[in-house]
Design a protein around this ligand. Structure first.
Ligand SMILES: *[C@@H]1O[C@H](CO)[C@@H](O)[C@H](O)[C@H]1NC(C)=O
Length: 137
C-alpha cells in the first residue's frame, strides 16, 4: 500500500511539474492554476474524489427502499449539508467542495424520502391488515 502511494505521489508530482512547464499563461489563468484551492492543492482534488459518493448514491437509487440503510442515508445527508455550509465559510471559499457536498446531501435526502415513504406504506399495510382481521372476527 505504502509503495503504491509513493509511486502515485511520484506520478502526481511529475504530472504537476510537466504541466508547470507546458501550460500557457492564458491556460493557467483559465484553470486557476495558482489559486489557493487550485489543481496544485488537496482542496481541488479532495472534492473531485468525493464525487464518487454522489455516484454511489445515484447507483443506490435503483436499489429497493427496503435494502437501504436508514442510518447510513441520514449520516450521508447530514455530512453533505454540514460540509456544504463549511465549504462556504472557509478561506478560500471552495465552490467545488460546496457543489459535491450539496449533491451528497441531495442524494441522501432523496434516499431518505424513499425510505420514509416505504416505511409509511408498510405502516398503512399493517393497519389495513388489522382492520380486515377485526371485520372477520
Ligand atoms: C441505527 O441507529 C440507531 C440509533 O443509534 C441504532 O439504535 C440502530 O441499531 C442503528 N441501526 C442499524 C441497522 O445499525
Amino acid at each position: 500500500m505504502i509503495t503504491i502511494m509513493i509511486i502515485l505521489s511520484g506520478v502526481y508530482r511529475s504530472v504537476i511539474a510537466t504541466a508547470e512547464r507546458v501550460l500557457s499563461a492564458r491556460t493557467r489563468q483559465l484553470i486557476k492554476w495558482e489559486h489557493p484551492a487550485g489543481p496544485k492543492t488537496i482542496h481541488f482534488w479532495a472534492p473531485i474524489a468525493k464525487w464518487g459518493l454522489v455516484l454511489a448514491g445515484i447507483g443506490d437509487m435503483a436499489r429497493p427502499a427496503d435494502k437501504l440503510s436508514k442510518n447510513q442515508t441520514v449520516s450521508l445527508m447530514c455530512t453533505g449539508f454540514i460540509w456544504s455550509r463549511y465549504a462556504m465559510v472557509i478561506i478560500p471559499k471552495n465552490i467545488s467542495l460546496f457543489a459535491v457536498n450539496f449533491f451528497v446531501g441531495c442524494t441522501g435526502l432523496v434516499q431518505f424520502v424513499r425510505i420514509y415513504m416505504y416505511e409509511q406504506s408498510l405502516e398503512a399495510q399493517k393497519k389495513e391488515q388489522k382492520a380486515l382481521e377485526n371485520k372477520t372476527d
